[in-house]
Ligand binder design. Structure first.
Ligand SMILES: C[S@@+](CC[C@H](N)C(=O)[O-])C[C@H]1O[C@@H](n2cnc3c(N)ncnc32)[C@H](O)[C@@H]1O
Length: 290
């Protein structure tokens, strides 16, 4: 790598783009720019203007590029993940929120439109992306969040406290028993990857916590099934459950909800790339066999 003192910003970013590209980073130019901006703090628009002039590369840029070239996630280096309107603090031990989950939040926001003070819980909140966005975007909402991992819980606490979300550390299988039958919405992006489907991207395989990825059981469906059972426990009759999943799991999830015999209006939803990445359902007002 040929970074040197006094190098121009434009040269250094060009060099960084080549280094990141050789390392297989999917968006090398943008990452090279974002790393420079992380050090300069001027914003991407101004940084791009600076690239046209004779500004110098910031100290420490080569080291950050090297770290990213070793496939440490960009968000772990900058400490920030952008999700809808939020700037979340993230780092080792917490799942980096993904763009497709923004569509799941939108489903909740659309569902509660017109409701007064909806009561919502996010099971497996990770960084707090879903819970925090709902608290931020739905005025009057009472938002709760549950997270099992001690590390993720610490990141969530940092992100959710300023937004007034009520966070507990616990297992989504039995959390919040004192709130049984009281929620308008249960939302979850649980771990759902099958045990043998190890992700190929190093950022995911080596840096997302395993407890955020693998859903349990050969098909990865243990925790999604548990999340659905908890949703049936936590929701009011007529309440709304929505869960993210892998595209290939859409049919299985719909069948699982059907077989549970508690759900109506089971609906599969597409993300912005047209993939079946979420399923929602309404808790029946009276269980069919009662
Ligand atoms: C796929 S990540 C999603 C995180 C966040 N909701 C998001 O969308 O970015 C799943 C999260 O569930 C948490 N988790 C795993 N098992 C859990 C359990 N039994 N109870 C509660 N949370 C759990 C993981 O630690 C992780 O933070």
């Amino acid at each position: 790598m040929t970074f040197y003192p006094g190098q121009s910003l434009a040269d250094a970013v060009r060099e960084a783009t080549a280094v990141l590209s050789d390392a297989g980073v999917p968006s090398p130019r943008v990452d090279a720019e974002l790393l420079a901006d992380h050090l300069l703090g001027v914003g991407l628009g101004r940084l791009r203007a600076m690239l046209l002039g004779d500004a110098a590369a910031p100290d420490g840029y080569g080291e950050l590029v090297q770290e990213r070239a070793s496939r440490v996630p960009l968000q772990h280096i900058t400490g920030v993940a952008y999700f809808r309107h939020l700037e979340l603090r993230v780092g080792p031990g917490v799942f980096i929120p993904r763009p497709e989950t923004e569509s799941v939040v939108q489903l909740v926001i659309d569902h509660v439109a017109g409701m007064r003070e909806p009561k919502v819980v996010d099971l497996g909140t990770g960084s707090g992306a879903i819970a925090g966005s709902i608290a931020h975007e739905v005025p009057g909402a009472h938002v709760h969040a549950v997270e099992y991992s001690t590390f993720a819980h610490a990141w969530a606490a940092r992100n959710l406290e300023p937004l007034g979300v009520s966070l507990v550390q616990g297992d989504l299988r039995d959390a919040l028993p004192e709130h049984n039958g009281t929620f308008d919405v249960v939302v979850s992006n649980p771990p759902y990857i099958p045990a043998d489907a190890i992700p190929t991207e190093p950022e995911v395989a080596l840096h997302d916590p395993p407890e955020a990825l693998y859903g349990g059981g050969a098909d990865g469906m243990e925790l999604p099934t548990a999340a659905a059972a908890s949703a049936a426990r936590l929701l009011k009759p007529g309440g709304y459950f929505v869960m993210e999943h892998a595209e290939v799991q859409a049919q299985w999830i719909a069948g699982m909800l059907q077989r549970a015999g508690r759900w109506q209006q089971i609906t599969t939803h597409f993300d912005l790339n047209g993939k079946e990445r979420a399923t929602s359902a309404i808790l029946a007002r009276v269980a069919p066999d009662e």
